[in-house]
Ligand binder design. Structure first.
Ligand code: FAD
Length: 480
């Protein structure tokens, strides 16, 4: 079954009730990667009576869902990867519910948190009431409006088209706007340089201004940053919840090195600490990110279109710097319970944890950056990253020097099994590459957040895992 004939409704149906009853023979399916895409595909194929084998290079499930419990003291943790789930991500929430995981609110906007720009600190609530407090060079027509108001005005027509025509409007929107970066779209809408700077800083989009406008638009109109939750005890509870059912079908420490296929089946060559092995199957589902796939030998070459997609798909960088403090001074002294502070400092965005209040301590996400901002942190030594981030944070919260206990950093663009944080289309790439990214190559299918239009979200990984499980299931029925 081609990817194009699988509708979102069919995917929802599989998420709720599993794959349709198996009519063809039981299939051996080699899945590479035990992130959310691979886990969901393996789980649904197993439930439908197939025989999945998941090869995972690391010693854990979850991939880019990674809850750090070390080096922190008892009961504390931080999220190096995914940390929040919006209300609209029904597939992600559906699997949380299926496994009985407890969710708690993840605070986004908090009027008590700060903006720190050009050496001055403002409470977010103050700026909300009086945007003119901020030092941006705006035209008379822009003055007095917040970055959010200006943005809503800029996308009003697009929102109207979506309200009138629903999902069908996306075809026209993509045709009209795929070539635009966010910066180009704002220029096209007549924004001044001061307004672009204000939006970039306040919406924390400055580093992403040259990415496809459609990526930001999809997140915004899809409510991806609204009404958010986190999983009690850490986000890794979600991938770990698959282990009772699927654990015996996973081989850890197994790094794919090469893949081959014939009209009858697939062979994945992989490396473990004990040497080189092969796994043979009727089908394969490859979920590893494209930057990693670029270094895997493909014995029977993929189509030119797939090769180009693997070469060209843009991946963004992302860095997180987390710090344990002896006291929740942001709550006790500043009255900030959850949410984030945004600045023009190298640390950019700081998030105050909603969880672990019972410990009296807390692990602050001192810095969360993307693109060039993240790469600049990557060029420092781990020790310097923490020192520099502390210096930045001290300008906003002078208490940090006194209260600091330990820090940790994660650079996703330097991670051997990610090769980047997530796929993020450059302008034009949706039209140019999307179909080639998701198309199967013979008996090899492709899943992972990059093989969806919900890049950088668990939702996209799950959707692609369900899609490929359906494709394999249907192909097997045809073969039977
Ligand atoms: P992965 O999780 O990367 O899984 C791929 C797996 O393949 C990995 O386990 C990897 O070890 C394995 N692998 C790689 N190479 C090989 C090889 N050669 N052989 C064998 N195995 C291999 N999403 C949200 O919903 N909410 C958020 O708040 C959020 N925040 C994020 C913040 C950051 C910093 C990042 C990086 C991501 C964030 N995401 C968020 C996105 C989300 O984490 C991902 O979209 C999702 O986890 C990706 O799942 P996946 O299965 O596609 O890929």
């Amino acid at each position: 079954m081609s990817a194009n004939t699988i509708s979102p409704q069919m995917i929802d149906q599989v998420a709720q009730s599993g794959l349709p009853e198996r009519s063809g023979p039981r299939q051996k399916v080699v899945i590479v990667g035990a992130g959310m895409a691979g886990l969901v595909a393996g789980y649904e194929l197993l439930r439908a009576g197939h025989e999945p084998l998941i090869l995972e290079a690391r010693q854990r499930v979850g991939g880019r869902i990674e809850t750090l419990r070390e080096p922190f003291t008892h009961g504390l943790y931080a999220e190096a990867g995914a940390m929040r789930i919006p209300r609209t991500h029904h597939l992600t929430l559906g699997y949380c519910e299926k496994f009985g995981l407890t969710l708690r609110p993840f605070t986004m906007g908090n009027p008590r948190a700060y903006y720190y720009f050009a050496g001055r600190k403002f409470r977010a609530g103050e700026v909300g009431q009086n945007p003119e407090l901020l030092p941006f060079d705006l035209t008379p027509g822009e003055r007095g409006k917040s970055a959010g108001q200006l943005w809503r005005e800029a996308i009003r027509e697009i929102e109207e088209a979506l309200r009138t025509h629903g999902e069908a409007a996306w075809t026209g929107i993509a045709e009209e706007f795929d070539q635009f970066s966010t910066r180009e779209f704002l220029e096209y809408k007549g924004w001044s340089e001061g307004a672009i700077e204000m939006y970039g800083l306040m919406a924390d989009q400055e580093a992403l201004m040259n990415s496809s406008f459609l990526e930001l638009l999809r997140e915004d109109v899809g409510g991806f940053y609204e009404d958010m939750s986190e999983i009690e005890g850490g986000m890794d509870s979600l991938p770990r919840a698959f282990l009772p059912a699927l654990g015996r079908n996973i081989r850890f420490g197994a790094k794919m090195m090469a893949m081959d296929q014939s009209p009858e089946g697939v062979i994945i060559h992989y490396q473990t600490g004990a040497g080189r092995f092969t796994a043979e199957g009727d089908y394969a589902i490859i979920t590893v990110p494209f930057p990693v796939l670029r270094h895997v030998e493909v014995v029977k070459p993929f189509s030119r279109a797939k090769q180009r997609a693997i070469r060209q798909l843009h991946y963004d960088a992302s860095a997180k710097i987390v710090m344990q403090f002896r006291r929740r001074f942001w709550e006790e002294d500043d009255g900030i319970y959850g949410g984030g502070t945004t600045s023009d400092l190298p640390i950019r965005a700081t998030y105050y944890p909603d969880h672990s209040q019972e410990t009296g301590r807390g692990v602050l996400l001192a810095s969360y950056t993307w693109s060039e901002d993240a790469q600049r942190w990557g060029s420092l030594s781990p020790r310097d990253r923490i020192e520099q981030a502390l210096e930045n944070l001290m300008l906003i919260h002078p208490q940090v020097r006194e209260e600091f206990e330990i820090g940790a950093t994660k650079m996703w663009h330097d991670d051997e099994f990610a090769g980047g944080a997530f796929a993020l289309f450059d302008p034009g790439q949706q039209t140019l590459l999307y179909q080639a990214i998701i198309n199967p190559e013979g008996r090899i299918y492709f899943a992972g957040e990059h093989a969806s239009l919900a890049h950088a979200w668990i939702q996209g990984a799950i959707e692609s895992g369900l899609r490929t499980a359906m494709q394999v299931h249907q192909a097997a029925a045809g073969a039977g």
